[in-house]
Design a protein around this ligand. Structure first.
Ligand code: BGC
Length: 844
């Protein structure tokens, strides 16, 4: 176990508080202070009353700890859409338990996750973090994770409540949504999570909903969440997502994050004085902070604990299992898969030697390790050859892994200074050796760096193993220049261009090319000044977390045509090909949405050329959300592998070689082109608002209603075996639907199938979707055998829609069809039941 705590204060255990007694003893100043963070990741302690400082940590696909830069190594889980693609709530609960254990290692009391927003569009920058376009799958996945996390005593803060479904102008945008869509699509996953897992905390969304920011939206926080749903717990803002003092306090926002406060403290005391806020209301907020402290006591995590890393075989095994269970076999013609070890294989493609383990932004963490597809596949022991084919990076790959320090260690040396390089005798206040040259410094602190303006220098030595043209890149939030052997190669200081980096406050990657010779050593140096020196104006709706950032990248310049030719020649020479393509954390990241749904430039051409050269071409796509696959008809097999966490390459290899029989099912529809998506014309902020014009017809609800063909439908996924579903029975009483069916494994290998239960109402009084997912069950069936599956669904959740006239759920009398199958596009079994009387309901 590695302790990477640095010089943190001594941990002390958390005491049980007598909440009402503490409340009586707190001064107004203390109460005000308790409702805001003190720094990026901690709440305020009041030692005289034993009130501890609690630690909060991102979330959602692992636990990063308290540092974006040089963070303690951690377990990275597959991303949200991947987790949901397992359709396995027991496995997700286990994932949640491990997340809770990882939180404890990082000394965190609250995990900032799961993310439960909806993928209205394939283009969402954070679509990868959320689970699904379907509220029921998203709700069940969220509840399973929350239940797992909370069994460890750590509290989950489910986020972002609600309708933070795009990145464009995310702080400013007004999501305009009908009440029906809000209830049936956007609130429902949160409602299910409250019903089934009681998360101890909620995080509000940045945006407005129908005119009111969520962090001051009394109707949503007080009336719906605490009132209708009867939920108890602490509501915190998203980071810098509090925009008022009395508005937010009166609306129910308990905790402003991060600190130091902008809106509370002295201003809050003034609001008390002027009775904009009553002390009673402030007490409601403070009480939740104190109750949170009691709630997290069972975690055993002391205050200010050192951060630890514990990379165990058990953790690796669970991550590998979740990773492989999430992978979806989209297509498999002529049994191209699984690969045979006796046959030669070429691994081709830009994603083969890069581990796309995670999307970008606050979900990012420093993984214990990350297995590339190349390492995973070649680890299977067959005969393997490799060719790059083309590049697909948006930004040049990190230079850190390609260079050494003066002592010959991998990586670079980072030095922080309180004076600029013009001060020739300046002495660094901090020196860090690090491999990761993507340095996001918002939460980096050092006792001697007391001003917002400070400087850094990064130094390394580059020894190319071939003579070539080499491209270096420098991206900054702040200003910087990159020198090779003392000469400026990249100037990202004199003029700067905005580029979406560092949560959208940074520049584009500026680049420079240098001819380098094999065997020579080149000294690389970057001089950088902190975020406040940036010449970029802050864009509307952009969150600056302060600090700054710099990223150094580099890659050999290639001639794409020649590389594709090489790849084609290689493909011709082998029995089978695996093409590794996709996006990565630069393409899919917090802060901005994707401009289109295409794979990076040259990828489609590479796939087409290789597929023409070898009929046994299997394409593995890594992305968190759908990408267009214009070549899908021309390749033998397609595998959707998401961002698979630490074990991503091993999980892919397990599927390719049949060590794991694929059982993942798509957690969202893959349209043929982005224009087919129902939110295509309304997926950005237009003068401050975004209209949810597709209403409840999100994802498959729209494609089915309009009979629009998709590349791959919601719920879709193949196996190396075949299953037959039969014997559907539906038993119904006032409260529940009990649906049972038999699943027979009719093929020649053991495998798992997901029985999906959809519902449709015959002759509803208003238009409803063709069908909607209401329940599911994953079941493992050995070859040649059969198992009975039972899915129990609360009847009112299965049947009801939101009645805008009554402002309640309505269960209409009439006949309902239960459709059972293994994807939204294949529901061979059906049965009906009747509801005798119309009724309305509210709450959970
Ligand atoms: C994100 C949250 C995250 C927080 C802290 C925000 O930008 O929206 O999801 O928990 O930062 O990193």
């Amino acid at each position: 176990m590695g302790d990477v705590s640095g010089s943190q204060p001594h941990p002390s255990p958390i005491q049980l508080l007598d909440v009402e007694d503490v409340l009586k003893k707190l001064t107004k100043t203390e109460k005000a202070a308790l409702t805001a963070g003190i720094d990026f990741w901690h709440t305020k302690a009041i030692p005289r009353l034993n009130v501890p400082s609690l630690r909060l940590s991102d979330g959602p696909n692992g636990v990063r700890g308290t540092r974006f830069f040089n963070g303690a190594p951690a377990a990275c889980f597959p991303n949200g859409t991947a987790l949901a693609a397992t359709w396995d709530v027991d496995l997700l609960q286990k994932a949640g338990v491990l997340m809770g254990e990882e939180a404890k290692l990082k000394g965190a009391h609250v995990l900032l996750g799961p993310t439960v927003n909806m993928q209205r569009s394939p283009l969402g920058g954070r679509g990868f973090e959320s689970f699904s376009e379907d509220p029921v799958l998203a709700g069940f996945a969220a509840a399973a994770i929350v239940n797992g996390v909370q069994t460890t005593g750590v509290v989950a803060s489910i986020k972002h409540f609600v309708t933070n479904d795009q990145e464009h102008e995310r702080m400013a945008v007004d999501s305009r949504v009908t009440e029906r869509a809000l209830r049936e699509i956007y609130l429902l996953p949160f409602q299910i999570a409250v019903r089934d897992s009681r998360p101890g905390s909620f995080m509000t969304a940045y945006n407005k909903l129908n005119g009111v920011h969520l962090s001051e939206n009394r109707r949503i926080l007080q009336d719906v969440l605490r009132g209708e749903w009867g939920w108890e717990g602490l509501i915190m803002s998203d980071w810098f997502g509090t925009y008022s003092t009395s508005g937010a306090i009166n609306a129910g926002l308990d905790l402003e994050m991060p600190g130091p406060t902008r809106w509370r403290g002295g201003i809050l005391e003034h609001a008390l004085l002027s009775k904009k806020i009553t002390e009673h209301t402030l007490d409601l907020r403070v009480r939740e902070v104190l109750k949170l402290s009691n709630r997290v006591r069972d975690s055993g995590v002391p205050e200010n604990a050192p951060e630890k890393s514990q990379n165990t075989p058990e953790t690796a095994a669970l991550l590998r299992k979740i990773g492989s269970e999430s992978i979806v076999l989209l297509k498999n013609e002529s049994n191209a898969l699984p690969f045979k070890k006796t046959e030669t294989v070429a691994i081709i493609g830009p994603a083969a030697k890069a581990a796309a383990y995670c999307g970008g932004g606050s979900a990012t963490l420093n993984p214990y390790y990350a297995i590339t597809p190349f390492d995973g596949i070649s680890g299977k022991g067959g005969s393997v050859k490799y060719s790059t084919g083309c590049y697909a990076h948006k930004m040049l790959p990190g230079l850190g892994a390609q260079v050494k320090t003066a002592d010959g260690k991998p990586g670079v040396v980072f030095k922080a200074f309180t004076s600029p390089p013009t001060v020739t005798d300046r002495v660094p206040v901090d020196t860090i050796e690090i491999v990761d040259t993507n340095m996001y410094l918002s939460d980096y602190t050092h006792p001697k760096l007391t001003e917002n303006l400070w400087w850094a220098e990064v130094e390394a030595y580059f020894m190319p193993d071939e003579s070539c043209e080499f491209e270096f890149g420098l991206t900054v939030h702040g200003t910087g220049k990159l020198y090779v052997d003392g000469e400026v190669l990249v100037d990202n200081e004199t003029t700067q261009r905005p580029g979406g980096s560092f949560f959208n406050v940074g520049t584009v990657e500026e680049t420079g090319i240098k001819h380098v010779e094999a065997g020579k050593t080149y000294k690389i140096k970057v001089q950088w000044a902190s975020g406040v020196t940036s010449k970029l104006a802050e864009a509307d709706g952009v969150v600056s977390f302060g600090g700054g950032g710099l990223r150094i990248g580099g890659a050999r310049v290639i001639n794409v045509e020649e590389e594709i030719k090489k790849a084609v020649e290689l493909a011709k020479s082998v029995d089978q090909v695996v093409l590794c393509v996709g996006l990565n954390s630069d393409w899919e990241q917090e802060g901005h949405d994707r401009p289109h749904m295409d794979l990076p430039e040259h990828t489609d051409a590479l796939v087409a050329a290789v597929a023409a050269a070898n009929p046994k071409t299997v394409v593995v796509v890594q992305s968190g959300t759908p990408v267009a696959m214009p070549w899908a008809n021309d390749v033998a097999a397609v595998v959707q592998a998401w961002y698979g966490g630490n074990e991503t390459g091993n999980a892919i290899a397990d599927i390719l070689y049949g060590d794991v029989n694929p059982s993942g099912k798509l957690s969202l529809s893959f349209p043929k082109q982005v224009e087919d998506n129902p939110a295509y014309l309304s997926y950005r902020s237009e003068r401050g608002r975004v209209l949810y014009s597709e209403d409840i017809y999100v994802g498959y609800r729209y494609y089915e209603a309009t009979k629009k063909a998709v590349s791959w439908p919601f719920g879709w996924g193949l196996s190396y075996t075949t299953f037959a579903l039969s014997d559907l029975h539906v038993a119904v009483d006032d409260k529940s639907l009990i649906i049972s069916a038999s699943v027979e494994n009719t093929g020649s290998v053991d495998g798992s199938e997901v029985v999906q239960v959809y519902l449709t109402q015959q002759d509803p009084s208003i238009r409803r979707p063709v069908k909607e997912l209401k329940g599911f069950q994953k079941v493992r069936v050995e070859k040649g055998s059969r198992k009975k599956v039972e899915v129990v669904i609360e009847r009112k959740y299965a049947t009801s829609f939101w009645d805008e006239e009554r402002d309640q759920w309505i269960e209409e009398s009439g006949v309902y069809d239960v459709l059972v199958g293994n994807s939204s596009a294949n529901t061979p079994l059906n049965a009906s039941f009747e509801v005798a009387e119309t009724s309305w309901w509210s709450g959970l």
